[in-house]
Ligand binder design. Structure first.
Ligand SMILES: Cc1ncc(COP(=O)(O)O)c(C=O)c1O
Length: 373
C-alpha cells in the first residue's frame, strides 16, 4: 500500500490484503500447516514451507501492524507474554536490565523469575526515576510500559531513549499504535498485547513486536527463536486479528472519548478520591501524554473510591454495564479489583481498574452513578 496513507485507511483496507484466488475483497483463511513442492522438489511458494515459520494470514496481520507502527518489521506471537519473553530470552547470562516498576504484574513476575534463573542483574525502577537510572549505569536492555497498567503512569519514551545506549523496549499496549507510535519516539522495539485494544473483541490471544531496525542482532535472535522454538501465532488467530484491526482506529477513538468523559465525571464525584487517567490535566503525566499521544489517551483508567476494600468491592458488585472480568481494550467495558488479584504488590484496596468500551457514554456514567451510591 501507498506509504503516505493514514492509519484509518491502512486499517480499513487491512493494508491491502485481499484474496487474489477468488477475487474476494477480504483475505481467505488458509489453515494449512504445510505446503506443496513440485516434481523437482522445489516449493510452489518459497515463502510458504511450514506454518511454524510463516503463513499468508500471519504476514497479512503483521503487515497491518507494521504499517501502523511505521516499523521495519513486525512479528506476531501467541500472546503478549510470549512476545515479552521472546525479547528477554535473547539476553545472555550476566546481562543487566532496567525494568520499570509498577507495570503489568504478569510481566514483573515473569521477568523477576527469569532474571533470577539466568543470573541477569535486574534493576526495577519507578517511572519517575528511569532517566536517572539509565544515566547512572550501563544496561543491555531497558523495558518500559506507557501508559502503565494499572497506575497509568506516562513515561517520556524519547527522554529514556536519550538517556541510555541500551536496547529500549516499550510496552505500549494501553496506547495501541493508533495513539502512540513508540518507534517514532526513540524505542528500538515496541511491544503490544494484541489481546487488548488491537484485537479489541476479547476473542483472540496475541502479542506483537515491531522494530525500527530489522538487522539489529537482537531482532535477528528474536526472529530465529520464534521460528525454531515455535512461538508463532496460528493462522486462524492472525485472520481474526486482521478482521478486527479494520476498525481499530474507530474503536480507539470512541473508547478514548468515553474514557475521557467517564474519568472527568468520576473525578468530580463525591464518592471518588482520585482518578488516574493521562487525559486529565490533574494527572502527573498529562503533559508528556499530550506530547506523546495523538488522538486521545486510551481506554484504561483507575479509580480510587472513597472508603476501604469492602466499599470498592461493593461498587464493583453493583456495576451492571461494566462486566467484572480481567483484561482491557475490548469493545465491552470491564472492571477489575486489582487488589484481589495482586494483594502483595502494594495496589490500594480501594483501586478499581476500568477498561472503557464503545458503549453509549450516558449508560456508562449512569452505571457508575448508581454503583457509587
Ligand atoms: C500492559 C500489558 N502488557 C502485557 C500483557 C500480557 O499480554 P497477554 O495477556 O496477551 O499475554 C498484558 C495483559 O494484561 C498487559 O496489560
Amino acid at each position: 500500500m501507498d506509504k503516505s496513507l493514514k492509519p484509518a485507511t491502512i486499517a480499513a483496507h487491512a493494508a491491502g490484503a485481499i484474496d487474489p484466488q477468488s477475487g474476494g475483497v477480504v483475505p481467505a483463511l488458509q489453515p494449512s500447516t504445510t505446503y506443496l513442492r513440485d516434481e523437482n522438489y522445489a516449493p510452489l511458494r518459497p515463502d510458504n514451507i511450514y506454518s511454524r515459520a510463516d503463513s499468508d494470514n500471519l504476514r497479512q496481520a503483521e503487515e497491518v501492524l507494521r504499517a501502523l507502527e511505521g516499523a521495519a518489521e513486525t512479528m506476531l506471537f501467541p500472546s503478549g507474554m510470549a512476545a515479552i519473553s521472546a525479547v528477554f530470552r535473547t539476553l545472555p547470562n550476566g546481562s543487566r536490565v532496567i525494568v520499570q516498576s509498577g507495570i503489568y504484574w504478569g510481566t514483573t513476575a515473569w521477568v523477576r523469575d527469569f532474571c533470577a534463573r539466568r543470573e541477569i542483574a535486574l534493576l526495577e525502577v519507578d517511572a519517575e526515576d528511569l532517566i536517572t537510572a539509565c544515566q547512572s549505569g550501563k544496561a543491555d536492555l531497558v523495558f518500559i510500559e506507557t501508559p502503565s497498567n494499572p497506575w497509568l503512569k506516562t513515561v517520556d519514551i524519547q527522554a529514556v531513549a536519550n538517556a541510555s545506549d541500551a536496547v529500549l523496549v516499550v510496552d505500549a499496549t494501553a496506547a495501541t499504535p493508533i495513539l502512540t507510535r513508540a518507534l517514532d519516539h526513540g524505542a528500538d522495539i515496541v511491544m503490544h498485547s494484541a489481546t487488548k485494544g488491537i484485537n479489541g473483541h476479547s476473542d483472540v490471544l496475541a502479542g506483537v513486536l515491531s522494530t525500527r531496525n530489522n538487522e539489529a542482532d537482537i531482532w535477528e535472535m528474536i526472529r530465529a527463536d520464534r521460528k525454531m522454538a515455535g512461538a508463532i501465532l496460528g493462522s486462524f488467530e492472525a485472520w481474526m486479528l486482521t478482521r478486527a484491526m479494520r476498525t481499530l482506529p474507530l474503536r480507539v477513538e470512541r473508547m478514548s472519548q468515553n474514557a475521557q468523559g467517564l474519568s472527568e465525571h468520576l473525578l468530580a464525584h463525591d464518592a471518588v478520591d482520585d482518578v488516574f487517567y493521562p487525559g486529565l490535566p490533574s494527572h502527573a503525566g498529562h503533559e508528556t501524554a499530550v506530547r506523546q499521544m495523538t488522538g486521545g489517551f486510551g481506554s484504561l483508567l483507575s479509580v480510587l473510591v472513597k472508603g476501604d476494600k469492602k466499599k470498592a468491592l461493593n461498587v464493583v458488585g453493583k456495576l451492571q454495564v461494566f462486566l467484572r472480568a480481567t483484561s482491557l481494550g475490548g469493545v465491552e467495558s470491564l472492571v477489575e479489583h486489582r487488589h484481589t488479584i495482586e494483594p502483595h504488590t502494594g495496589i490500594p484496596e480501594n483501586l478499581i481498574r476500568v477498561s472503557v468500551g464503545i458503549e453509549d457514554i450516558n449508560d456508562l456514567i449512569a452505571d457508575w452513578d448508581q454503583a457509587l451510591v
